[in-house]
Design a protein around this ligand. Structure first.
Ligand SMILES: NC(=O)C1=CN([C@@H]2O[C@H](COP(=O)(O)OP(=O)(O)OC[C@H]3O[C@@H](n4cnc5c(N)ncnc54)[C@H](OP(=O)(O)O)[C@@H]3O)[C@@H](O)[C@H]2O)C=CC1
Ligand SMILES: CC(C)(CO)C(=O)C(=O)O
Length: 298
C-alpha cells in the first residue's frame, strides 16, 4: 500500500516517520518552506517510543505530481482545511485513494465527504502529545501514541485491514475500531475541554486538576459536548464522562494541549474548528452550550 501523508507537521511527520521506519511506502505532501526544511534537517522523531532520523524522504509539493497512492493520511490543522480541499480532491480523483483524516474535531468530516465522496473518507484521529522544534523535528512528549481508524463504508474494509496488519510492525499503535464515529466524538469531547481550559488559563493540566473551580469548567464542557453528540446520534453515559475526567486527572501536571502549545509559540490556533465548531453544532440543534461559548469567546 502506498501512503501519502498530507501535511508533515507534528502529527503527519510523527506517524509517517514511524511507517517509513518500518519500511512502508510513505511520501509526504508539503509546502515549499517545509520541503526545504525537511531536505536540510531531515525527518527526525525525538520520542520515548524510539528515536528515528532519515534524509531519504519522498516529498511532493504539487498535487499534479502525485501518482500511485492508495491512502492519503490527512494531517493538517482545521484552519488549513478550506485551502487544502481542492488539492485533496484532485489527488483522490487522480489516484482513487482513500482519505484517513487525523484532525481533531468533527466538522471536517462533512466537508471531506462533500469534496471527495463519503465512500472515500475513513473515520480516524490521532492520540499523541507532539510538537515541532525549531529544526522541524518532532518532539513527542508522552510514553505512547496511536492512530484510531475505522471504516464508514464497506468499500473501506480492505484498506482498514491493511492498516491493521501494519500495527505489529510499527513503533506506534494503529488501532482498528469498529465504532470509530463514537471514538471520534469521545476525542472531540476531550479535546474541546482540554484545549479550551489549557488555552484559556494559559496553564498546563496540573492547574486545572488541582483547582476545583477550574476542573468544574472542564467537566461542564464535557457535559455540553455530550449534549451535542447526542443530537448527532452518539450517546455518552455519565460513567463514560466520569472516565474521561479520571483519565485527565492522571495526566502529568505539565501536560498540555497542542492548542496551548501553538498559543505559546504565537501560532494560529484551532479554536474556530474545535470550540467554534461546537457552537455551530449547538446552533444547528437549537441547544445552548454557555460554557463552551464562554471559552470560545475568551
Ligand atoms: N500535535 C498534537 O499533539 C496533536 C494534534 N492533533 C490534531 O492533528 C491535526 C494536525 O496537528 P499538528 O500536526 O499538531 O499540526 P501542525 O501545525 O504541526 O501541522 C500541520 C501541517 O499541515 C501543513 N499544511 C497546511 N496546509 C498545507 C498544504 N496546502 N500543503 C501541504 N501541507 C500543508 C502545514 O505545513 P506548513 O509547515 O507549510 O505550515 C503543517 O506542517 C490537528 O487537527 C490537531 O488538532 C491530534 C492529536 C495530537
Ligand atoms: C489531547 C491530545 C494531546 C491527545 O492527542 C490532543 O489531541 C491535542 O492536544 O491536540
Amino acid at each position: 500500500m502506498n501512503i501519502l501523508v498530507f501535511g508533515a507537521g507534528a502529527v503527519g511527520a510523527y506517524f509517517g516517520g514511524r511507517m517509513l521506519e518500518a519500511n512502508y511506502s510513505v511520501s509526504f505532501f508539503v509546502r515549499e518552506k517545509r520541503a526545504k526544511q525537511l531536505k536540510k534537517e531531515g525527518l527526525k522523531l525525538i520520542s520515548p517510543e524510539g528515536e528515528f532520523e532519515t534524509k531519504n524522504v519522498t516529498l511532493y509539493t504539487s498535487e499534479k505530481e502525485v501518482k500511485n497512492i492508495d491512502l492519503v493520511i490527512l494531517a493538517v490543522k482545521g484552519y488549513h482545511l478550506d485551502s487544502v480541499i481542492l488539492q485533496l480532491k484532485l489527488i483522490t480523483e487522480q489516484t482513487g485513494a482513500f482519505v484517513l483524516p487525523l484532525l481533531n474535531g468533527f466538522e471536517h468530516i462533512d466537508k471531506l465527504d462533500q469534496a471527495v465522496g463519503k465512500e472515500k473518507v475513513l473515520g480516524g484521529f490521532a492520540y499523541i502529545f507532539a510538537t515541532l522544534n525549531q529544526q522541524g523535528h518532532v518532539v513527542h512528549g508522552g510514553n505512547s501514541s496511536s492512530i484510531k481508524f475505522g471504516s464508514r463504508h464497506e468499500s473501506q474494509m480492505d484498506v482498514c485491514n491493511h492498516l491493521n496488519s501494519m500495527n505489529q510492525h510499527v513503533k506506534t499503535n494503529l488501532l482498528l475500531d469498529e465504532n470509530i464515529i463514537k471514538e471520534m466524538w469521545r476525542k472531540y469531547l476531550l479535546i474541546t475541554a482540554f484545549s479550551g481550559i489549557t488555552s484559556a488559563t494559559q496553564l498546563p493540566s496540573g492547574f486545572t486538576i488541582n483547582s476545583e473551580a477550574t476542573l468544574n469548567v472542564f467537566k461542564n464542557i464535557l457535559v455540553e459536548m455530550s449534549f451535542i453528540a447526542k443530537k448527532e446520534g452518539v450517546i455518552f453515559a455519565e460513567e463514560e464522562i466520569a472516565k474521561i475526567i479520571s483519565s485527565f486527572k492522571r495526566y502529568p501536571e505539565n501536560t498540555t494541549s497542542s492548542m496551548h502549545q501553538d498559543l505559546r509559540k504565537g501560532l494560529p490556533i484551532e479554536v474556530n474548528h474545535l470550540q467554534g465548531g461546537a457552537v455551530r453544532y449547538a446552533q444547528k440543534h437549537n441547544i445552548t452550550i454557555p460554557v463552551v461559548e464562554t471559552i470560545y469567546g475568551i
